[in-house]
Design a protein around this ligand. Structure first.
Ligand code: NI
Ligand code: MN
Length: 228
């Protein structure tokens, strides 16, 4: 069974798994990298890695309109639940079997305060095991951490990791992350949206492909990666 991942722009992603439409960190309206409209975008589930505005984005509006279930940590789910959004709270290390696959929250080293100053709990990443046993790791905003090796031991099909530097891993640490994760394919995100996170993804890809067995797939905003 194939899955499709669309790089919407910045850290916003679309993922279709077993026919289910997932939106990840749907920062659309104020996102300079996309024209996708929160008033029309479709979603069955919305995954939110942490509370920062460039990730929680238009989650409330999209979830209220579509009825999509939002999956995030317990603190973010409490905040969303108070706004009438349908939620499924998990926490780091915990997994749950949804119709689209088994989804586990993973460690991320970052912050997670919500736009109104509420406590957004700990930031997270996601590890999805699809119904066809492919493993998709969405790192979220994070610095490098050694336990990426443990995530890599699961056998990663696709890793989606930040390379922008300043707020997250930069290119050098992202290369080290690829070595710990040993994914079949890696897609860089969270770069070039703003001047502060400008990076040369092509140069990074050359280094990764010279030093690891991973295949780098660079997506421009709006482009889609289909596996296999
Ligand atoms: Ni962030
Ligand atoms: Mn961010």
């Amino acid at each position: 069974m194939a899955f499709e991942l669309t790089f919407i722009g910045h850290a916003a992603l679309g993922l279709v798994a077993d026919g289910y439409k997932l939106l990840i960190d749907p920062y659309l309206r104020n996102n300079p990298a996309t024209d996708l409209n929160p008033e029309t975008v479709e979603a069955d589930y919305i995954l939110v890695t942490h509370g920062h505005g460039d990730h929680i984005g238009d989650t409330v509006e999209i979830a209220q309109r579509t009825g999509a279930t939002v999956i995030a940590n317990a603190e973010i789910c409490t905040w969303l639940g108070q706004k009438g959004v349908k939620v499924h709270a998990q926490h780091i290390g915990g997994g749950f079997t949804y119709p689209f696959g088994y989804l586990k929250l993973t460690l991320a080293l970052h912050g997670s305060r919500l736009p109104d100053g509420s406590d957004g709990g700990n930031p997270a990443g996601f590890l999805l095991t699809t119904n066809a046993d492919e493993k998709v790791y969405l790192a979220g905003d994070t610095g490098l951490f050694g336990d990426m090796r443990l995530i890599g031991e699961e056998g990663i099909t696709l890793a989606v990791i930040p390379i922008g530097d300043n707020y997250t891993m930069g290119p050098a640490d992202a290369l080290r992350a690829v070595k710990l994760l040993s994914p079949e394919v890696v897609i860089p995100i969270h770069y070039n949206t703003f001047d502060l996170i400008a990076q040369d993804a092509e140069a990074w890809a050359e280094k990764v492909q010279a030093e690891t067995d991973a295949r780098v797939h660079i997506l421009a905003p709006g482009e889609r990666f289909v596996y296999p």
